[in-house]
Design a binder for this molecule. Structure first.
Ligand SMILES: [Zn+2]
Ligand SMILES: [Zn+2]
Length: 260
């Protein structure tokens, strides 16, 4: 299994527009964070999770050439607004309608923002996107493996938490972005994973995201071989925060690739 961190920033990206963050070392490329998403390759199947505003730039940067399946974790702009750029992957497919999975709320939002693409068997016109919308089941069984899903609390919204298990290797990876907490049952789901990726917005507490300390507690309780934090705000300087984290926990950064 391969995991590519396409973006690791918060909804505004880091740095923010017209904002000085004196403690953020902008000479360190790891502090330049685009909107959060990951690209997972399981036994040759390319799964894109979320597409924010920089999705096109991220695809060019990481040389992404294939998307077989798209999962929208929830309807927030930093996760949905790049979906139009999936059009290129629709064009490249043998059958152009791209399978898209989300919550009922997420699907409704896709339908209203991208009506020209939603539930089309083929694109309206050449080079247009076409999405085949499906509600995310608790277990999505693919030739390449399984994707387990759960609903994480994120203020007024629920976010799909995802657990990937590759068929050929049995390797397991967890992506719990945009959540205020992870319940005991959800921690149980995540146990035994080689890699766990968690939302960790900033040092200060926040009503809808985990803070760094909350994410550390969650990561240590799950006890994965390696844990990575994502969705970091402008208050998090990579070098300063990363070196203080307990062993086995690191801050992710744009372009980080994990081979499991
Ligand atoms: Zn977000
Ligand atoms: Zn969100």
């Amino acid at each position: 299994m391969e995991i590519i961190f396409m973006g690791t920033g918060t909804s505004q990206g880091v740095p923010m527009i017209a904002h000085d963050a004196p403690d953020l070392d902008l000479d360190n490329p790891k502090n330049w964070r685009t909107r959060p998403s990951i690209h997972v390759v399981m036994d040759g199947c390319h799964i894109q999770v979320d597409a924010g505003q920089e999705f096109r730039i991220q695809c060019l940067r990481e040389n992404i050439r294939q998307v077989d399946l798209f999962i929208l974790t929830h309807r927030h702009a930093d996760h949905i607004m790049g979906m139009d750029d999936l059009r290129r992957f629709c064009t490249l497919r043998e059958s152009p309608a791209l399978p898209v999975y989300s919550t009922p709320d997420g699907l409704e939002c896709i339908q209203s923002i991208f009506p020209y693409a939603a539930n089309r068997e083929k694109p309206v016109s050449r080079y247009y996107p076409a999405f085949q919308l499906n509600e995310m089941p608790p277990i999505l069984d693919l030739e390449a493996g399984q994707i387990y899903s759960t609903l994480l609390p994120h203020g007024p919204v629920e976010t799909l938490g995802l657990v990937f298990v590759e068929r050929s290797t049995g390797k397991k990876a967890v992506y719990f972005t945009d959540c205020k907490e992870v319940s005991p049952e959800q921690r149980e789901m995540a146990r035994g994973a080689e890699v766990v990726i968690l939302d960790a917005l900033q040092q200060r507490k926040h009503p809808t995201h985990m803070s760094i300390d909350e994410a550390i507690e969650t990561a240590q309780d799950i006890g994965a071989g390696q844990s990575f934090f994502t969705h970091m705000a402008f208050l998090v300087d990579h070098e300063t925060v990363d070196r203080e984290l307990p062993e086995g926990i690191s801050l992710a950064y744009d372009g980080l690739r994990l081979q499991l």
